[in-house]
Design a binder for this molecule. Structure first.
Ligand SMILES: Cc1cc2c(cc1C)N(C[C@H](O)[C@H](O)[C@H](O)COP(=O)(O)O)c1[nH]c(=O)[nH]c(=O)c1N2
Length: 229
């Protein structure tokens, strides 16, 4: 692979793609070892360097160490998860009930990444038509953290089986602050080779080719470059 102007070196590029491909959602493999403060700071700094609409930086990071708070969140999860299971039936429900979908107490640290929908005032550059761009920006902060964590050997698990209003109440969030991601963080015994949902037979990765369209929805993608046009 040749290196073009401004591109990373091959080794650095490999590192970036490795973090992307080997990042996993972790629920079952957490170790109790604490995450050193300097590592946590690097992860939060990575998150804070995400792109954001109008440079709004709408995120805040609630670092949750308290076992009591985590136990309250786990209770919210149990309640919502029981309801979620009812949406499936037969074998699918049995499979669902067998899945581990959170590591709230096993992980040493929980982190809620929120979106302050008022940050930057009433007129944020780029957020005049699509108001949810603040939420999209916050998701990018989550992904930055998730990738940086993989490079640090720290596992991250996203728990969304939670009632948003109840979660906000437990975390004492003001009305204009939305809890985008409730995350469990910790070192892990291993990172699985494939998503746990795939390994357990819930759902597999779709072929990329099926997701590529040319010019408009549903048109086959045949690259002009590949065809020498
Ligand atoms: C917005 C959002 C919300 C959730 C998730 C992800 C995202 C992006 N995922 C993790 C999800 O199941 C996982 O990413 C996929 O199964 C793919 O696996 P890998 O992340 O590649 O390991 C997730 N996992 C889980 O065990 N409990 C959950 O509540 C959620 N919620």
């Amino acid at each position: 692979m040749s290196t073009r102007n401004n591109a990373f070196s091959e080794t650095q590029r490999r590192g970036v793609y490795r973090a992307i491909h080997e990042r996993r959602d972790v629920r079952s493999q957490f170790l109790p070892d604490p995450i050193p403060l300097e590592v946590l700071e690097r992860l939060l700094r990575a998150a804070h360097h995400a792109p954001s609409v109008g440079f709004m930086q709408p995120w805040d990071f609630i670092v949750i160490e308290s076992r009591e708070v985590r136990a309250s969140i786990l209770a919210l999860f149990e309640q919502e998860n029981a309801r979620a299971a009812e949406r499936f039936s037969g074998e699918r429900q049995d499979l669902y009930r067998g899945l581990k979908l959170q590591g709230i107490l096993e992980s040493p640290l929980n982190l809620c990444i929120t979106c302050d929908r008022r940050r930057g005032g009433p007129h944020v550059l780029g957020r005049n038509s699509i108001m949810d761009t603040d939420l999209f920006s916050t998701c990018l902060a989550v992904q930055n953290l998730w990738l940086a964590a993989r490079a640090e050997g720290v596992g991250v698990g996203w728990v969304s089986i939670l009632d948003q209003a109840e979660l906000s109440q437990v975390l004492n969030l003001p009305d204009h602050v939305y809890p985008v991601a409730y995350l469990c963080l910790g070192y892990v015994s291993e990172f699985l080779d494939q998503p746990e949902l795939e390994a357990k037979g819930w759902r597999s990765r779709l072929p990329l080719e099926e997701l590529m369209h040319g010019d408009t929805w549903g048109q086959p993608f045949t690259s002009a470059f590949a065809n020498g046009r």
